[in-house]
Design a protein around this ligand. Structure first.
Ligand code: PMP
Length: 313
């Protein structure tokens, strides 16, 4: 699937809201050469009947964004509250009437030609919005392969931080999977244990237990992952966060990805083997259905996860 939708007309760039087409950087920008940046990805779900945009857990996304900056030892000139306000201001200006993806990012904007995290340790901040539907199919199974590429390890490029440069690792795995006729890849970490997909976390079900790699298995600590774990616990589904071996994937009853882009996307085949009976499993179905209701702001209990912007149109 290509994701080339036209961006919304307004973006935040160089400390103000400007036309997206005018938000441009020099070819000498440090981040462009070295991937010296940090980013986020947030979804807003548009409710046509009631005319509001429900943004999913923006507070948690911005907290992770600031943590990523902290991990690499840089800062931006914006507080957490200001980042939330910029998001609201952009919604009010762009007035989306469709499901939307927000891309906040911070980057080394200097024009110096060495891979450095800015001499003053201050990154620039920018944010844009695009319309976005499904990133992976959610109404049919996805086929995956275990990648020959290993997930970046925490001591090479911190894996729990969403660092721009590390996405060459995702891109290599995704390309390999697609060239081999699969939708997605699963990356193992340097220890040979299961980490995650190219840009999504992984869950499997064995004997009624929902299992996902632990936070020390070189994964990005996904906001969707955290939400799924919470939903499962609230639905009395047993959950384990622990190391998973490759061969365990082959005997799983159910398997799915979670992520802001991927949402909840189930897997029917792995390395030419069927996952369970290749149909959407019961636990996956329960969680997927609940997830889609929750993100659209339809479940009162999880209203606190949704920031609804009423006058978005
Ligand atoms: N892993 C990677 C490498 C990712 O890029 C993403 C997408 N942000 C995820 C997992 C899922 O994280 P989240 O649920 O916060 O989108």
């Amino acid at each position: 699937m290509a994701h080339t939708s036209q961006p919304f007309p307004f973006a935040f760039f160089n400390d103000k809201i400007v036309q997206t087409k005018e938000a441009q950087v020099s070819i000498m920008t440090n981040a462009l050469q070295y991937g010296t940046g940090v980013f986020g990805g947030i979804r807003g779900y548009y409710n046509k009947e009631k005319g509001f945009l429900s943004i999913f857990r923006p507070d948690d996304h911005f907290r992770r964004f600031l943590s990523s900056l902290k991990i690499i030892g840089v800062s931006i000139d914006y507080s957490y509250e200001q980042l939330l306000k910029i998001t609201r201001d952009l919604v009010k200006k762009n007035k989306p009437q469709t499901d939307t993806y927000f891309r906040p990012f911070a980057y080394a904007g200097s024009l110096h030609i060495s891979p450095n995290l800015q001499s003053d340790n201050v990154f620039k901040y920018a944010q844009y919005m695009i319309p976005l539907g499904d990133y992976l199919p959610t109404d049919k199974g996805n086929s995956v392969m275990v990648s020959s590429w290993r997930r970046v390890s925490d001591n090479a490029i911190p894996s729990r931080a969403k660092i721009s440069g590390s996405y060459i690792n995702s891109a290599l795995a995704k390309k390999e999977a697609q060239q081999n006729g699969y939708e997605e890849a699963i990356l193992l970490n340097e220890e040979g244990h299961v980490a995650e997909g190219s840009a999504m976390n992984l869950f499997m079900v064995r004997d009624g237990v929902l299992i996902t790699p632990s936070r020390s298995d070189d994964i990005l600590e996904g906001i969707t992952r955290r939400s799924i774990i919470q939903l499962a616990r609230d639905m009395q589904i047993p959950v384990e966060e622990r190391t998973i071996d490759r061969s365990e994937l082959y005997v799983a009853d159910e398997m799915f990805f979670s992520g802001t882009g991927a949402q909840v996307a189930w897997i029917d085949k792995i390395d030419q083997r069927m996952v369970g009976d290749s149909r959407r499993g019961t636990i996956t179905a329960r969680l997927q259905e609940m997830f889609f209701k929750v993100v659209r702001g339809k479940v009162k209990k999880y209203d606190h996860w949704c920031t609804k912007i009423v006058d978005s149109s």
